[in-house]
Ligand binder design. Structure first.
Ligand code: ATP
Ligand code: MG
Length: 363
């Protein structure tokens, strides 16, 4: 799939913008604070329904304006998709797909797939478990929209269960119904995550070996507080969650919070059997994230049947020449957006690209 056209009105620092993109390589050049990432953010928004730098939709609307409008036209193998979004400082955002209004933001998922890679993604390795769970959850949602609803449902039940624990003041309470409900949804979430990480792990390992000239073996491991086995079915995981609830009953009453379930899980990255988070060099951490992002491209291709588009925000300058080359040479069929402050640094071989110069919210 590829993004043909993007239209912005009162979005971030843009008054009005209408651009047609190249089906392969698009380079967005400009000095700092001119609006490069804002374009990447608008594209991402049309895919996921929320921005990647902020949770607040209002920040996306131009400072002195009340409303913003974004339109993306995406060409796919079998159909075209037109995504429109209206943001309002005083109202909920409204989304249309091919002119049909969506009832929930979640319905947007699966229409238009993107993979974004920005310096912030180093958090997947260096940050806390929340960052890693966010990474897994975002990726699964893109190819499996049902997962988005499972997550929402899980969080709702979790909050209610936590509230009961908080209010119990350490007294024994009957949580059986809540345990059942949480285990029902939680087991699907864990099951999907294990499946996803298994696939991503295999792909990332292959890619990482290529990037490092076979010198490094990358492993991605899903670490759960539920003692799962690789071939567990959803039911097996469900039973294990329930027995963990039993085992942790005392602890939960003392801590007054739910300590069992997927909201406490994590990912571990290892290179040549050593954990990257604590021991990897900066370059190794970056390469591990690069491998992970490249594996997402393949994963989405496998699930959706088409490559997603790739958004590279400010990452080229952080990679060495070998890694830059690997990236550029392996993106032949993937529409790619690169933002940079220095175009001269990019080693572009063929001329199949379009360059956009950005200054103060104008192209
Ligand atoms: P860098 O090279 O530093 O990453 P950039 O070109 O990616 O820069 P952007 O992050 O796209 O820059 O932001 C450009 C400008 O947009 C910033 O100066 C910021 O103040 C401005 N901006 C952000 N949100 C809004 C908004 N809601 N209204 C008006 N301007 C905004
Ligand atoms: Mg930027």
């Amino acid at each position: 799939m590829y993004l043909q056209e993007l239209k912005l009105l009162n979005f971030r620092n843009y008054d009005s913008l209408n651009i047609q993109f190249h089906p392969k390589l698009n380079i967005i050049v400009g000095e700092n604070a001119q609006g490069k990432t804002n374009i990447i953010e608008a594209i991402y928004l049309c895919s996921i329904g929320k921005a990647f730098r902020t949770y607040k939709d209002n920040e996306l609307i131009k400072l002195d304006k009340k409303q913003a409008y974004i339109k993306a036209v995406v060409e796919k193998v079998n159909n075209n998709v037109e995504i429109e979004m209206k943001l309002d400082k005083e109202d909920k955002k409204k989304i249309k797909v091919n002119k049909i209004p969506l009832i929930k933001t979640g319905e947007l998922l699966g229409n238009f797939n993107v993979v974004v890679f920005s310096p912030d993604d180093l958090k997947i390795i260096k940050g806390g478990p929340i960052e890693r769970r966010k990474f897994i959850d975002n990726e699964i949602c893109q190819v499996y929209p049902k997962y988005y609803y499972q997550l929402n449902q899980y969080n709702r039940i979790l909050q209610q269960r936590n509230k009961l624990l908080r209010e119990s003041k350490g007294k024994r309470i009957d949580l059986d119904i809540w345990n059942q409900q949480l285990a029902n949804v939680g087991s699907s979430i864990i099951f999907n995550r294990i499946k996803f990480i298994k696939r991503i792990g295999i792909l990332a390992k292959l890619i990482h070996r290529k990037i490092t000239d076979e010198a490094e073996t990358l492993e991605v491991i899903y670490e759960s507080n539920i003692p799962f086995k690789e071939n567990d079915k959803i039911n097996d995981i469900n039973e294990k969650i329930i027995s963990e609830f039993k085992a942790k009953e005392e602890e939960e009453l003392i801590k007054r919070v739910t300590v069992v379930g997927p909201h406490r899980d994590d990912l571990i990255f290892k290179i040549n059997n050593i954990e990257v988070k604590g021991f990897g060099s900066q370059g190794q951490q970056r390469t591990a994230v690069l491998s992970l992002k490249m594996s997402e491209l393949e994963f989405i291709k496998g699930e959706v049947g088409e490559y997603p588009i790739l958004l590279l925000d400010d990452v080229m300058s952080e990679l060495d020449i070998n890694r830059q080359n690997y990236l550029i040479n392996n993106l032949k069929n993937i529409q790619t957006f690169i933002t940079t402050t220095m175009i001269e640094q990019l080693k572009l071989k063929d001329k199949e690209n379009k360059i956009f110069y950005i200054r103060e919210g104008r192209v």
